[in-house]
Ligand binder design. Sequence first.
Ligand code: F3S
Length: 407
Amino acid sequence: MRLTDEEHRMLDGREGEPVRMAMEMLAALGDIYGAERMQPVASAHVAGLSLKSHGLAGMEWAEDLAASGARVRIPTTMNVIGVDRSRDLGFAPEWKDPQIRIAEAYEAMGCYGTSSCVPYYLGFLPRLGEHVAWSESSAIIFANSVLGARTNREGGPSALAAALTGRTPCYGFHLDEGRLATVAYRIETEIGTLSDFGALGAYVGKQLGTGTPAFCGMEHASPGIEQLVALGAALASSGSAAMFHMVGITPEAATLGQATGGRPCEERLFGKSELEAGYAQMTSGKQRKVDLVAIGCPHCSLNQIADIARLLAGRRVADGVTLWVHTNVAIKALARQLGFVDAIEQAGGLVTQDLCVVLSVPESLGFRTVATNSPKMAFYAPGGNGLPTWYGSVERCLDAAVTGAWS
Ligand code: F3S
């Protein structure tokens, strides 16, 4: 790779050992992926902070790195962790304590302790064409597709290396040609609810694997931000897409021709039967009895929390059922001030902060079956947490919370 004088200085260790290690990793990645140069980046989002990802050895590594003087040089947000730092949800100290130490080590390096997979809801909004280094698949695909920012699918270590150096290897989604659609999906059925968007993403992500889809025929659907978040999260978890285009809606797809760069591209149809297959793909529940209802994967927006509070008015979560509504500290604070948190708590639910159920150990609390409107949780919870899952709209999930059964 061609490095600038400043990048050579980092690689030579003249800016300290943590920066040298970070630049060495980035240069190796650049060589692997054929990058010709480094790209300065404006922000980083660091994932992989769960104890599940780090382990105890990783915790000590992060603490040593912070103690050795590693400091981020660009605005850097932190992804979710495996606990709610504001309250005791019953997780064992052997889980909770090291998990908090990991988060504190990253904060000591100068990362913002946002502990959330939706940094864009917190005001971290890269502009169109801005280069960033984000990890967390749902945040990456949102940044590329909806904001038009440019990031590869970074892992936690490479995002941290970018944060310490302000650089990332320039390849893939940083380049115009890496962002073009590879397959067009013509939507021929009504896609309306957030769970419909999740089912669409789950079906297409599984079918497509690593490609970049362009969706046509949705110009009149007027999807809101939350629907686009759900679509991206599903695409990125059931496959490994890092970007999608929605013709007439997302910023690099005013037309299908713009999305494909004028290249011919295969067109596939997505109709009612494909939508049903997307729903079926995410349902692994066998027993209709549900003991955990988890909403907010990715973390809920304020709008979603307001909707849940409204839908729970005059209702009560059934005995033996736990209702968790996941978000981050900032949105929770606002939701509390506006009365939504109290409304949910009066109905017997809890609004959590920081926590990702999938990256935590809900199974250790005795839960056996989860209901969710999250395609990502439906994808990971059965294998990762041993929790069979029912997937559907938020209304259906809340019905399960108040009746104790999926209907
Ligand atoms: Fe966020 Fe965890 Fe879901 S990172 S998208 S809450 S799996």
